[in-house]
Design a protein around this ligand. Structure first.
Ligand code: BES
Ligand code: ZN
Length: 444
């Protein structure tokens, strides 16, 4: 079948992991993958977990060969806000050399490129230069809550020499890049509670603490005027950059030619953040506190004079090596409790966590990964620290003892997690070529 047709079929599943009503869609998407992986000649199985199933597929094992584990995820972020999409998120559309759909870049297009690369090699040569294991999960976008246990239980079956992942982006101007560092993450939700019920804001305003105001003050206390996070100890464990990393950042900044490209991608006229660091440093090498959602009070049309009973905010901290997610959560919790204004109660619900991850782009396998990118995309890859997170990477290192190399295929303007997410078709097809070279390069 035509690669693009296969991608279209994959993209039609609304496999949104954070919404329970999509559990059947995650199941059918996993079945589609298992069938696909079996058809190309691998032994593929679906493993159920307390959450979404994990799909594992392996080539015939040859003890003489190295083993490469290719990780990916078939779950996607919610398509909201729906009104932002030009065409519906789960009806893939091809236009202007791109395929548009939720999951096009994150991660269906990227993982399918690897599957199709393996399929082509098997078709052309009858065997692979390495043993391949695909590990494709359905809970990456919610912090992989069940994958660590799965890795522990299937440690032997998943034993490998190296992990390859395409779930990151290329450098600006769609230049190939090897991402050698990703930030960690830890999530929390705050609920500020005030009166027993919503009140008339004229009759009670001025006498009763307003939870929305209290929450706004609390959230404002997270940063100082220079963009630094005010939680005591927040920066204590941050590992300084090595000289070669600063060089890689300089090189990237020169290629970028200033902040214009990032402004353009973000759709803003001005960039801001922690003072004293460049934009690239702030995204890749500095930790942050970000609000992801906020609510409370009347949200309908027109006005309503209400003093709401509660307000909430969802936030995530992005972390870098060597910050410990549990310590950051504890420090944040203590700080936020101390900052809570009088007259309201603060409830904190903690969410998923994952440590930052780093691998060495100059190691034997790092150089192999760079050769594969150069071979497929015709230019020496840049070295990136990226701001996003793939929480399972640190766990893969801990449980399987192997390093992960991140060979991103997403175009920088792929609109990941946003409406009109898309993937450049040339990147998808380049990814198929890249997989073939990568397996050759990793064979030795
Ligand atoms: N593919 C992304 C991570 C990514 C994208 C890293 C681009 C670097 C560049 C992944 O699917 C993702 O979105 N991860 C989440 C993890 C979280 C929900 C636990 C993230 O980073 O927000
Ligand atoms: Zn994502």
């Amino acid at each position: 079948m035509d690669p693009l047709e296969e991608l279209r079929s994959f993209l039609r599943f609304p496999s949104v992991s954070t919404q329970l009503e999509h559990a059947p869609d995650l199941d059918s998407c996993a079945e589609w993958l298992q069938e696909k992986l079996s058809l190309i000649g691998l032994t593929a199985a679906i493993h159920s977990t307390p959450g979404s199933p994990v799909v594992v597929a392996a080539s015939q094992h040859d003890p003489q060969k190295r083993t490469v584990l290719i990780y990916g995820h078939y779950d996607v972020q919610p398509p909201d806000p729906l009104a932002g999409w030009t065409t519906p998120p789960f009806q893939p559309r091809i236009e202007g050399g791109r395929i548009y759909a939720r999951g096009a870049a994150d991660n269906k297009g990227q993982i399918l490129a690897h599957i199709l690369g393996v399929a082509e090699t098997l078709r052309e040569k009858g065997s692979l230069p390495v043993n391949v294991i695909f590990l494709i999960e359905g809970e990456e976008e919610i912090g992989s809550p069940n994958l660590a246990d799965f890795l522990r239980e299937h440690r032997e079956e998943l034993a490998c020499d190296v992990v390859a992942i395409s779930d990151t982006a290329m450098a600006p101007d769609n230049k190939p890049a090897l991402t050698y560092a990703l930030r960690g993450i830890t999530a929390m939700e705050l609920i500020v509670r005030g009166p027993a019920r919503d009140l008339h804001s004229g009759l009670f305003g001025g006498a009763v603490a307003n939870p929305v105001t209290a929450l706004a003050r609390l959230l404002a206390s997270l940063h100082d005027d220079e963009g630094r996070v005010l939680i005591p100890g927040f920066y204590d464990a941050v590992r300084p950059l090595e000289p070669w990393e600063s060089e890689a950042i300089d090189k990237l900044e020169k290629t970028l030619g200033g902040d214009a490209a990032i402004k353009e991608l973000a759709g803003v006229t001005e960039l801001c953040g922690e003072k004293g660091f460049t934009t690239i440093e702030r995204i890749g090498a500095r930790p942050t506190a970000e609000l992801n959602g906020i609510g409370g009070g009347y949200q309908g049309v027109g006005t309503k004079t209400v003093l709401p009973k509660e307000a909430f905010a969802k936030l995530t901290f992005r972390l870098v090596a060597d910050q410990d997610p549990a310590m950051i959560l504890a420090a944040a919790e203590e700080y936020l409790r101390n900052q809570t204004p009088a007259g309201v109660l603060l409830e904190i619900i903690t969410g998923h966590s994952g440590a930052a991850y780093q691998s060495d782009p100059n190691s034997h396998d790092g150089l192999a990964a760079r050769k594969a990118l150069a071979g497929a995309f015709g230019a020496e890859p840049l070295l990136l620290r990226d701001g996003g997170s793939i929480p399972i990477l640190a766990t893969l290192k801990e449980i399987l003892g192997v390093d992960s190399y991140l060979l991103g295929l997403a175009n920088p303007d792929c609109r990941i997690h946003s409406p009109d997410e898309n993937m450049l078709i040339e990147n998808f097809l380049g990814g198929i070529r890249m997989n073939k070279i990568l397996l050759e390069e990793l064979a030795h």
